[in-house]
Write a new protein. Structure first.
Length: 762
């Protein structure tokens, strides 16, 4: 693809030759990317080695970071697999692992060269139609397996080459910096801006950055490297002019200046970790510097296309990164706007034009990538970008130099930077607290705005700018509901009842839809600062289904894997009714506001004449807490010809009570029955009586892939299989969609349509 773009740089007199050139380069680019992808897929862990203790030697090829449950996480580059012949596997064994170290021995100050006993599994993550896909991230980072450390000891025999020494140097630099800035409140921000280390940033930091659309300011990107190049160019040029002119004629002067600026940018990129986004930004900065030092010969768009070509040649899989599209989208917008200006604009106008262009161009890209675009981010970045560019980053660079040459003055320079960053953070907190309505226009409107607004800014037609400004204002107002009634809060209607079993790992969340009515059963797990099923799965997918209101939210019981993220869900959706088997515990645990009413699950039935799901709720008598307090839901579709039983985490005792009190269900089903296996397939549930009397046509397990709990238990799986039930598991199928039609039930799994790097046959 990048090779095809580069054809625009090659002059061709014949249109036919241009077409053949573009076609040939396009095919060459596809072949280049396919070759890289095949090499990466070949180094995945074979299934035969999953779950068993293995011994490896190698070195830590990254900076260890604190993880959940007091763990330490780091990438590990394998130099030798002990006791395993590579001939045992059809594929090459992975040379890059992502490991977690639990226990008292885990430490951020781990030895660098190690011999480890590990338990590994193939790269795996939740797969839903939309939302973050951990498995895709692992593929992009070239991890061949993930796992945990069982034992570790230092191994001086591990060979340490250039890459190994680089990682060791950077880890030492990060450790030294974090220790010196630890006493200061803004220490995590200093480490992020100075060395690109974000391991100390807390969930509160990420929330404010996300709410204000300023995450890019703490990720080492083209902005930071561009500032380094600009500052280095200014200083180096001042030094070079002192040399005799005969030593450096104009052509050689520009070449030396270009070389030294590129070396300064490279040094900062290496100090910042030399990650994939940093390497991409470095290429863009080097190409931009060459264009500037070459007296701006040629079109700026040619330089952008050339940078795109180099990025795709060096990393043909880079289009899988969101940052790739955002980076080139922003640069393309700036090129269009400022390339069309007849004369340079004042600094304040340039800043405003740049922010407007980037905002409208990136909005459809963010929407396509399932990311939000907070309106407050436009105003926050108007202040934050120049503040970071002109004040904070120069202060960071000065502080970095003084830390190296004047360590005794930390209190002065780091203290001053701390005051500056605290003031900046106060501004971001104020911006995040502003109640500005976020809107979600359609893709057609966003694409039109992304085309018209930059053109209006670039073309010297005042009437066009006024027309676009008025139209944009009216459009934003209408989208935010300023000029219209709140009738837009209704849900989209579906022609047939649907049930979605979301892939939330070791947890549960089920969506039931009929007409425009919606019932959500459980919200999946949440681990603060690590994972939230509501944020990563439910919000993007419910919005994609055009769901704005949840008529009934059922939280089976208050365990975290069933009730995580309820407050966040309440922020994003109107919820009419909440039902739970443990209402008091749920309210106390989630610290819900006093006006949020949670109804107890006491045999609630909704079989009214209104259009929507017909359901009944059941709870074991006398059980108010624990797994057996789970609210069991039964949904009936198409005049009772099909039903779905959602059983929460009930055990054998509650199963027996359910069967006794719902004898009509135990008599069998003439149509089609789907049963959610109780407690994720635990051996304490799914008794023979439960299986034999319900006789499910299909049983579904909602569990984590190779989770330490071992769900579902093999005996339980065999029990359902003996009853001729079709067996599905979200861990191996991804999210599952059931469409209940009068003539049958359609079942599709998200992994069936996942990209090639997502394992289809778990």
């Amino acid at each position: 693809m990048g090779l095809a773009f580069s054809a625009a740089l090659v002059p061709c007199k014949s249109t036919g030759r241009q077409v053949w050139l573009v076609s040939g380069l396009f095919l060459a680019g596809i072949a280049w990317a396919a070759w890289h992808a095949e090499i990466r897929l070949e180094t995945r862990l074979p299934a035969s080695l999953e779950g068993q203790p293995l011994t490896v030697s190698g070195y830590v090829c990254g900076v260890p970071e604190p993880g959940s449950f007091k763990s330490v996480r780091f990438p590990f580059c394998v130099t030798h697999w002990h006791g395993i012949a590579r001939e045992q596997s059809q594929n090459r064994l992975p040379d890059r692992l992502r490991l977690a170290w639990y226990g008292d021995d885990a430490s951020l100050q781990t030895p660098f060269r190690l011999r480890l006993t590990v338990v590994l599994k193939k790269p795996h993550g939740a797969v839903n139609p939309l939302g973050f896909r951990y498995e895709s991230w692992l593929f992009r980072q070239n991890y061949g397996a993930t796992g945990t450390i069982r034992a570790a000891r230092e191994d001086p025999a591990v060979a340490c080459g250039i890459e190994c020494h680089y990682h060791q140097w950077r880890a030492s630099a990060v450790e030294g910096l974090t220790q010196r800035v630890a006493p200061y409140e803004s220490g995590p921000l200093i480490a992020s801006l100075m060395l690109g280390y974000r391991g100390e940033l807390e969930p509160a930091h990420w929330k404010i950055l996300k709410d204000t659309g300023t995450i890019h300011l703490v990720a080492i990107s083209g902005l930071h490297l561009g500032l380094v190049a600009l500052g280095a160019g200014f200083l180096i040029r001042r030094l070079l002019v002192w040399l005799p002119e005969r030593w450096l004629p104009p052509a050689r002067f520009r070449l030396v200046l270009f070389t030294l600026v590129c070396l300064a940018s490279l040094a900062y990129a290496l100090a910042a970790g030399f990650s994939v986004p940093t390497r991409r930004a470095l290429i863009m900065v080097v190409v931009g510097c060459w264009w500037v030092f070459n007296a701006r010969r040629g079109r700026a768009s040619d330089a952008v296309l050339f940078a795109l070509l180099l990025v795709l040649i060096s990393d043909p899989l880079s289009p899988l990164d969101q940052g790739f599209w955002l980076s080139f989208g922003a640069v393309g917008a700036l090129t269009i706007v400022f390339g069309g200006l007849l004369r340079p604009a004042p600094w304040w106008r340039s800043l405003l034009l740049a922010q407007i262009a980037i905002f409208v161009v990136l909005w459809p890209i963010l929407t396509f990538l399932d990311q939000s675009q907070p309106l407050v981010g436009f105003f926050a970045n108007l202040v934050a970008i120049p503040l970071v560019s002109l004040v904070i980053m120069p202060a960071v660079f000065v502080c970095a130099l003084t830390l190296m040459i004047l360590p005794g003055l930390d209190w002065l320079f780091v203290g001053g930077l701390d005051v500056l960053l605290n003031s900046f953070w106060w501004f971001l907190r104020q911006a995040a607290d502003q109640n500005i309505v976020d809107i979600a226009p359609g893709m057609v409107e966003l694409v039109c705005a992304a085309v018209l607004v930059p053109l209006a800014l670039a073309l010297p037609f005042r009437s066009l700018r006024i027309m676009v400004a008025v139209t944009s204002t009216l459009w934003l107002g209408a989208s935010a509901g300023v000029f219209t009634a709140e009738s837009g809060r209704s849900n989209a209607s579906v022609p047939n009842p649907e049930v979605w079993f979301w892939d939330v790992g070791q947890g549960l969340s089920v969506l039931v839809r009929e007409a425009d009515q919606v019932v959500l059963y459980d919200t999946g797990p949440e681990l603060e600062g690590v994972y939230s099923a509501v944020e990563s799965v439910l919000i993007p997918n419910l919005r994609a289904l055009d769901i704005r209101r949840i008529n009934t939210l059922v939280i089976s019981h208050a365990d975290n894997d069933h009730s995580g993220g309820v407050p966040l869900l309440l922020e994003h959706f109107d919820i009419e009714t909440i039902i739970s088997g443990e209402p008091e515990r749920l309210a106390d645990k989630l610290m819900l506001e006093s006006d949020v009413v949670i109804r107890p699950c006491e045999n609630v039935t909704d079989a009214t004449e209104k259009v929507g799901p017909v359901f009944s709720a059941w709870q074991m008598a006398g059980r108010k807490t624990g797994n057996d307090a789970s609210c069991v839901m039964t949904f009936s579709f198409n005049h009772g010809q099909q039903d779905v039983i959602l059983s929460g985490d009930i055990t054998v005792e509650a199963e027996r009570s359910f069967l006794q009190e719902n004898a009509e269900l135990a008599e069998g089903m003439q149509g089609y029955r789907v049963v959610l296996a109780p407690h994720h397939g635990s051996k304490t549930s799914s008794s023979s009586e439960w299986v034999d009397q319900l006789k499910p046509d299909l049983v579904l397990f909602s569990a984590g892939y190779r989770h330490r709990y071992g769900h579902p238990h093999p005996n339980i799986v065999e029990r359902y299989r003996a009853a001729d039930s079709r067996i599905l598991n979200t861990a191996t199928s991804g999210a599952l969609r059931f469409v209940f039609k009068p003539d049958g039930v359609e079942v599709t799994g998200a992994r069936q349509s996942a990209p090639f790097w997502i394992d289809q046959h778990k």
